[in-house]
Design a protein around this ligand. Sequence first.
Ligand code: 5AD
Ligand code: SF4
Length: 445
Amino acid sequence: MPAQPKPGRYHVKSFGCQMNVYDSERMGDVLAAQGMTEVDTPEAADVVVLNTCHIRERAAEKLYSDIGRLRRPRADGSRPTIVAAGCVAQAEGPEIAARAPDVDVIVGPLAYHRLPQLLQRARTGRVIDIDMPPVPKFDALPARRTGQASAFLTVQEGCDKFCTFCVVPYTRGPETSRPAADLVGEACALVARGVREITLLGQNVNAYAGGLSLSGLIRELAQIDGLARIRYTTSHPRDMEGSGGDDLIAAHAQVPKLMPYMHLPVQSGSSRILKAMNRAHTRASYLATLARVRAARSDIALSGDFIVGFPGETEADFQETLSIVHDVQYAAAFSFKYSVRPGTPAAQMPDQVPEAIKDERLARLQAAITAGSLAFNQASVGRRCTVLLERPGRKPGQLIGKTPWLQSAVLAVPGAAIGDLVEVEIVSAMPNSVEAVPFTQSQVA
Ligand code: 5AD
Ligand code: SF4
């Protein structure tokens, strides 16, 4: 008998990475396919899904404080059905059950296609589903509802790399790839709904192996009429080294729809720390990969992730991180203080770095990253390119979109609509955005 969760208003709150944003949208698809209606706030919802992220700090605390707020009875005496989803649910399901008896459903990231059944069962008592099922959830999901210009498409999940600081291999399971034919079908459906740009997502997206390699999939998707742009994230430097990376790098030179942007986290500039992190790449091999990438596509925008204060990191190690930021000139980068994830090898390592030192290193690193982003944006002033319009800006008549290099561009284009690709010239730069004018306008000026 099909599950029919009632009553029917839901709200999904998303924490963390893009993959979680995608998962939240897909959980919404699952609930909408049951006849439920999305609402903008948890207060208005009958079912609230908290889609947690476990990768960095305070994930569990955020979950518990949200649960605390949600369980208080509302003016009419009701309280919503509370669903704890995502990686914290996967990693700490039994603890959540013990500490937060008001949670109705605990569901891991590999099982959310079963949400309707779980909600049904939750009417008679709490349910926990943190199995890692052999049948991929994607096969069981309904069609997408998106109406955006740019959409995510998860192509690969999980991780076999076991970096010593990271929980992902434990919460998302081993690397699995969705079949290329399914992805091409989903991409065509997205394009039919007006999507112009697709970002292929995976924890190790460049390890994609779904009948085609990632570059093969990109070349296939590039054939779809109406799809203007293709991106992918996150790549691992290890899978970029050697022949595996050659074809993907070549695709950057050969496939015009593939945008000139690559997110390639290095984590640290010190080979000694990289070894302790079990990254399986060195500073030198990482820089050699970037040189190959830049040889194929000289204007490529590079981005990365950094961790400061990994156990044993000295000031000299940190200086190597600062110097890599300086040498590479990232267009953008994300930086984090190392935080202990219980159950990971680094949690047991000696020489944990004091919090005050982490704070101070993070501040210096972020200053270097911001300077690099500003330099990248300034160097793009005068460039002509396309911008995909994604949303209205703050001021009337203003629109915000993305350049090929993933810069946020603010512009006014009379008569243009969200989803349009407009030709522009970049005219000024800030650290986190650029200002652009329509190309024809700048020619006239
Ligand atoms: N502490 C700090 N940052 C972390 N990341 C992953 N695990 C941790 C941790 N324990 C960061 C890495 C990764 C990004 C998604 O999150 O930089 O690339
Ligand atoms: Fe985590 Fe490393 Fe896997 Fe990335 S590659 S998800 S950092 S274990």
